[in-house]
Design a protein around this ligand. Structure first.
Ligand SMILES: [Zn+2]
Length: 205
């Protein structure tokens, strides 16, 4: 019912999370009304995103440098790794200013019904990273903090990681955020005080 260029863009927008037909239509007609300047800024923003943002080869954060600005900070403890599901969760933990270690962004969580979901996460990279740290200094303390969202996929992933890491690296300390974040919630939306105290009160597994 729309012209082909409009239909094509609606189709592209519908691939975005939470965007359905109506929202996609609203975006497209908003841009047509707002004119070239606003659309140009948006196109430039997307172009910059693709050209400037890289993956950090150590923690899988998205940043303009590799290693990212967090991994590159000299004062951080490289042997204290906080494992998160995605970059907004990393940002929420940074916001608390309670953590002086480094991160590992899994970029996904395990889906119990899909065994191949393991390979879509950065879990193999986490194991390789821990293995290297253990080999470099077997006697030095090493802590992995599991800070995935307190929901079903997050729990499944943390349980898997706990079992795997404990078996492979018995000397490594594995901890979890203290209870206090409501079940089913997203770390990205937790308030700084609750998240900060969950981090401080983390418990040994
Ligand atoms: Zn990094």
């Amino acid at each position: 019912m729309y012209s082909p260029a409009i239909n094509k863009l609606i189709e592209e927008l519908r691939r975005l999370p939470t965007v359905g037909q109506h929202t996609a239509e609203r975006f497209v007609f908003h841009w047509l009304k707002s004119g070239k300047k606003e659309v140009g800024q948006l196109a430039l923003g997307l172009k910059n995103l693709m050209e400037k943002i890289k993956s950090c080869g150590q923690c899988w954060n998205f940043a303009e440098t590799n290693p990212c600005f967090i991994c590159a900070e000299k004062t951080r403890d490289q042997r204290m790794i906080c494992v998160v599901g995605n970059v907004p969760n990393l940002a929420a933990i940074e916001q608390t200013r309670q953590f002086r270690g480094v991160y590992h962004v899994l970029r996904g969580v395990l889906d119990a019904s899909e065994p191949e979901s393991l390979l879509e996460t950065k879990i193999p990279e986490l194991r390789a990273r821990v293995e290297k740290l253990v080999a470099a200094a077997p006697q030095q303390p090493l802590e992995i903090i599991l800070a995935l969202n307190p929901d079903m996929p997050g729990e499944t992933t943390m349980l898997y990681l706990e079992q795997q890491l404990k078996a492979q690296f018995p000397g490594c300390r594995i901890t979890r955020l203290a209870r206090g974040l409501p079940m089913g919630s997203d770390i990205s939306y937790a308030d700084e005080i609750t998240l900060g105290s969950a981090l401080k009160g983390r418990t040994e597994r």
